[in-house]
Ligand binder design. Structure first.
Ligand SMILES: [Zn+2]
Length: 109
């Protein structure tokens, strides 16, 4: 690792802030068992096509928006020069190696 977790997280925050605004981006380092993880949270507006009712889960349009934002943010993050993450092996049958990066997207009410 060339940079510390804190430096890396600040870079991610800076990059995502350009796109979403600093109020809508949170980047924290994982603690305890999640140490080394970069936990990214993005808050976004409801899509115009939203048809969420007073239910607890998001409508399909919101889910699409969330997936879109997550992919977009992931691309922005991986475009940062020299960005590196710890990796973990998932316990699927293939023992796939994945980065310790979690991107959560929430829709503002
Ligand atoms: Zn919705």
């Amino acid at each position: 690792m060339e940079m510390t977790n804190g430096q890396r997280n600040r870079l991610i925050k800076k990059e995502l802030t350009k796109k979403y605004g600093s109020d809508n981006v949170s980047v924290v380092g994982g603690m305890g068992a999640a140490y080394g993880w970069a936990e990214v949270h993005i808050y976004t507006e409801k899509p115009e096509t939203c048809y969420c009712k007073e239910t607890e889960s998001y409508c399909l349009e919101c889910c699409k928006e969330i997936n879109k934002k997550r992919e977009e943010a992931s691309k922005l993050i991986y475009a940062i020069p020299n960005i590196e993450f710890y990796t973990y092996n998932s316990d699927d049958a293939y023992n796939t190696e994945s980065d310790c990066l979690s991107i959560q997207v929430s829709i503002n009410n």
